[in-house]
Design a protein around this ligand. Sequence first.
Ligand SMILES: NC(=O)c1ccc[n+]([C@@H]2O[C@H](COP(=O)([O-])OP(=O)(O)OC[C@H]3O[C@@H](n4cnc5c(N)ncnc54)[C@H](OP(=O)(O)O)[C@@H]3O)[C@@H](O)[C@H]2O)c1
Length: 221
Amino acid sequence: MTTYLITGSNKGLGLEYCRQIKERGDEVIATCRESSPELEALDIQIQTGIDVTSVSAIQQLKANLGKIKIDVLIHNAGIYEYNSISEISSQSLIRQFEVNAIAPVLFTKIILENLAKTSKVVLMTSRMGSIEDNTSGSSYGYRMSKAALCMAGKSLSIDLKSKGISVGILHPGLVSTQMTGFTPNGITVKTSVEGLLQRIDQLDISNTGTFYHANGEVLPW
Ligand SMILES: NC(=O)c1ccc[n+]([C@@H]2O[C@H](COP(=O)([O-])OP(=O)(O)OC[C@H]3O[C@@H](n4cnc5c(N)ncnc54)[C@H](OP(=O)(O)O)[C@@H]3O)[C@@H](O)[C@H]2O)c1
């Protein structure tokens, strides 16, 4: 049985990851700041109080995990704040960097002892973090923080290769969730997570550090 640990699992893509992984018969450790009725209904292990920007909360999580081996660590928690050029504030930029870019790196560092050869680290980044793909501008904090996350993923893929740990850098597509105002133009969480889990199943040392769309397309940096 494969054990997955997911951050930001009380709603949206994180919740759907939990649902589909449970359906497959694998083990899920769902982490979140606060649980939700939908997450509780899945009857899986839930670790609450896990704000990914809190080093002490992650250390407590590590203590709770003990020697459990995590096969797949999915850094899903993220925030989006709209910043046009006239609306940028350093506080908004910093908040997005803290959650989207810095937290996954520090979290991985703290949980590293629970990963082993063939474990996988998955970063939920965004096409909006692709420099080459940026044709519409704006969204400074989100774009900059996700670009930084992509860079962190590349470094992690190099640094963890010798341990046999592979790193997935994944874009879920435009998905109808709270983050996107439940846009009718988005795909469903079900479709997105089905694709993301295919990418994660196919992730290994041969393709570690590649930036993938959930649909299998390789995205440009
Ligand atoms: N939806 C899209 O189209 C899209 C596209 C590209 C990338 N993504 C990425 O996919 C991931 C999931 O997005 P989503 O669409 O499912 O968004 P969502 O519905 O807004 O869910 C975001 C999740 O992140 C959690 N979170 C936020 N800040 C946190 C913190 N400091 N500590 C712990 N958890 C925190 C939220 O928990 P709370 O309820 O406690 O706030 C929630 O569980 C994000 O990384 C996002 O950037 C989404």
